[in-house]
Design a binder for this molecule. Structure first.
Ligand code: ADP
Ligand code: ADP
Ligand code: MG
Length: 685
């Protein structure tokens, strides 16, 4: 076994590989770009080497520097992770030439599977079923048109060198073919530097089911069951699960053996994934809206597993490998390291287990409501479900993440922030765990797809395992532009947060208390919130008996709350929820068990103060009577902090500090009448 490896990647996969290496007593070397100098993956490794600038081509794709780093640190092997150099046969060859073990298949196997068209030719020879189509080298447009016409529409044009869901065009009719071909070739040339395409029958409402395979240097092969990755957006995976709902043992064996045949055909060594496109017969399922039967996952499946066809082979570890680890109880990175060091596969086919059901959700920095536009920013709040990392999976929940609170998601790398993986005895159990885990994932500072993922998980199609690649468009009405938290509840949560923060900041002062303010009778405090175009007024009445009555948009309810762990146990009227509220500038991010939402708080106090402040004086907004002061001369106050209460026009008005400062002099006493514009106190710097 190796004693030191270099991890030629970043983010969660680099952290994940480092965790296994550490467990196996293998030292690790990280490489990093400028932007990643203090990244989590650097901290996760024993040593680290700076390899260049932020753009991947200046660092993570710089083989020479990576190979030099490996040699300089005495690493014996290079783990490429996924993305970057992982499917680059020339890099695999360069490792070998430098006397380093590339943890993956041979350069020849990578090359053979690298181009979709050529790999399909090879698979046809190996007897692996293919989607009907044209995979030839002749790229004459007239010939391609004839081939498409004879396949029959709709067809899919694919860049042979494509990947990551790019370089694909579906064509519905012959007249549209020429234009689609030209545009696909243009994208292929720009993205992959190669405009060769293949054409295949466009399978309607297919499922994406892939098989994890492993080969060793002794020529042994196993398949580690399947993963269903049908839930996709723009041909990219969103949720992945194992096993595939509706899969039968006979079909699993058939697909597994086809995948092993594919791997065997290229003398595959290490971890690989054979992706199949699978036809469904959704019509066979119960009618729309029918209640799904309860029980095992197979009984739940609405979509069936029909004829399957080879799509491509990914010659690396896959993003979604943790669902396979969950159901097999294996560590696939450990297997990669063992096989790369020359050991045989740790288990044979009949020794593999399949236990329960696992689902992975990819948490990405993006805006699903704006066509999944990637987002960047800083993770101001990054709270994940209870204690779960690759090293320690509790209660069936695992989080693989390459970032920490405070880290930035930069525009240089992909938008995946973390992966949430859940495991349960049944699909229902895994689904319920995923929903709870997503509810406990609180990210503030940039946009993410967390709420969107919850809506997908809760959608009828996903809940009933009615899976196919059109699931997201089909369920669009229930997935996009959704907020499942009522605005009044969110307002109540922010009021409770405000009061708790004031108590904490002000200790036992009268304005910090919710129960001790009696001597001067009831007073009312106003709040105002905005969500979208709607303004929501709220008023909080501090009642004589010490209780609080909160009215939001005219609906009153008694407000009670207490800190509960990192959240707030909130009771308002007959609603009870544990909420988490994070303030960032004017925006309150409210997370509840049902979902999350955002409110803009219109700071009446601060704005009143702004308007009234003249040279640090605070003035009465209208004629009235001074009820009380919350501060005394010499007190240090924060902007927005309540200073005094004025009773005017049958309403209580709180006067708040327009800026941080020190109270100079109180110019009136409680009970005094004051005129409009009268200064109540002075505030110095
Ligand atoms: P899988 O087939 O394993 O699901 P994807 O097709 O989603 O994987 O791609 C693998 C991962 O590698 C993704 O997170 C993708 O964004 C990332 N990736 C691929 N190429 C690059 C690259 N050149 N630079 C950065 N990340 C990349
Ligand atoms: P990539 O290299 O980008 O991953 P794939 O060939 O694996 O490309 O295809 C990506 C996705 O596109 C699949 O998961 C599937 O959703 C869809 N797809 C691919 N081939 C077909 C097809 N013939 N008919 C319908 N959808 C397809
Ligand atoms: Mg693919």
């Amino acid at each position: 076994m190796f004693t030191k490896i270099l991890i030629a990647n970043r983010g969660e996969i680099a952290c994940r590989v480092a965790a296994t290496a550490r467990r196996m007593g293998i030292r690790t070397v990280a490489v990093y770009s400028d932007a990643d100098a203090s990244a989590k993956h650097v901290a996760a490794c024993d040593e680290a080497v700076h390899i260049g600038g932020n753009a991947p081509r200046d660092s993570y794709l710089q083989w020479q520097r990576i190979l030099q780093a490996a040699q300089a640190t005495g690493a014996q092997a290079v783990h490429p992770g996924y993305g970057f150099l992982s499917e680059n046969d020339a890099f695999a060859q360069a490792c070998a030439d430098a006397g380093l073990v590339f943890i993956g298949p041979s350069p020849a196997a990578i090359r053979a599977m690298g181009l979709k068209a050529e790999s399909k030719q090879l698979m046809a020879t190996a007897g692996v079923p293919l989607v009907p189509g044209y995979h030839g080298a002749d790229q004459n447009p007239a010939l391609l048109q004839r081939e498409a016409d004879s396949i029959g529409y709709p067809v899919l044009i694919k860049a042979s060198a494509g990947g990551g869901g790019k370089g694909m065009r579906a064509v519905d009719k012959s007249e549209d073919f020429a234009a689609a071909l030209a545009s696909c070739q243009r994208e292929a040339r720009n993205s992959f530097g190669d405009d060769a395409v293949l054409i295949e029958k466009y399978v309607q409402r297919p499922r994406h089911i892939e098989i994890q395979v492993f080969g060793d240097t002794q020529g042994n092969f196993v398949y580690l069951h399947e993963r269903d990755c049908s839930v996709q957006r723009r041909h990219q995976k969103v949720l992945e699960e194992a096993p595939a709902p509706g899969m039968t043992p006979a079909l699993r064996q058939q697909m597994g053996e086809a995948a092993v045949a594919a791997a065997r055909a290229v003398h595959y060594v290490g971890a690989g994934t054979v992706e199949f496109i699978v036809e469904t017969m959704s019509a066979a399922g119960p009618p729309q809206g029918a209640k799904a039967p309860s029980g095992g996952s197979a009984a739940h499946a609405v979509a069936s597993v029909g004829a399957f066809h080879f799509m491509e082979m990914n010659t690396r570890l896959q993003v979604e490998h943790p669902v396979t680890e969950a159901i097999t109880g294996l560590d696939l990175v450990e297997w990669q390291l063992r096989v790369a060091s020359g050991e045989p596969l740790p288990l044979l086919q009949h020794q593999l287990r399949l236990n329960g059901h696992a689902i992975e959700a990819r948490i990405c920095a993006e805006n699903p409501d704006n066509n999944f536009l990637p987002a960047t920013g800083r993770l101001d709040v990054y709270a994940l479900p209870a204690c779960t990392t690759f090293e320690r999976a509790d209660h069936g929940v695992r989080v693989d993440s390459g970032v920490r609170q405070g880290d930035a998601i930069s525009p240089y790398y992909d938008s995946m922030v973390a992966k949430l993986i859940v495991h349960g005895d049944t699909r229902e159990e895994a689904l319920a765990r995923l929903d709870v885990a997503l509810a406990q994932t609180h990210i503030v500072g940039l946009q993410t797809n967390v709420q969107f993922l919850r809506h997908v998980v809760q959608s009828r199609s996903f809940a009933q395992a009615d899976l196919d690649t059109a699931l997201i468009p089909r369920e669009a009405a229930a997935l996009f532009g959704q907020t499942r938290v009522s605005v009044p509840l969110a307002c109540a949560a922010e009021v409770a947060r405000t009061l708790l923060a004031e108590r904490a900041a002000q200790g036992a002062g009268p304005f910090g208390q919710t129960d001790g303010w009696r001597s001067l009778g009831e007073w009312v405090r106003r709040f105002s919130f905005r969500q979208g175009a709607d303004e929501v007024p709220a008023s909080l009445r501090y009642r004589r008996d010490g209780s609080l009555l909160l009215s939001v948009a005219g609906t009153p309810g008694e407000l009670r709350f207490a800190a509960a762990g990192t959240g707030i146990a909130l009771h308002w009227g007959d609603l009870s929820e544990v909420v988490h509220v994070y303030r960032r500038g004017d925006v309150a991010h409210v997370h509840t068990a049902k979902g999350a939402t955002q409110l803009t708080t219109i700071d009446l106090l601060a704005h009143a103060g702004d308007a009234q402040a003249e040279g640090g004086r605070l003035t009465a907004p209208m004629p009235g009577k001074v009820v009380s002061f919350a501060v005394k001369a010499g007190d240090r106050v924060k902007r927005g902090q309540a200073l005094a209460v004025l009773d005017a026009m049958k309403m209580e008005h709180t006067i708040a500090a327009p800026a941080d400062g020190v109270v100079g002099e109180l110019l009136y006493s409680p009970g005094d009448q004051v005129g409009e514009g009268a200064a109540l106190l002075t505030l110095g710097a």
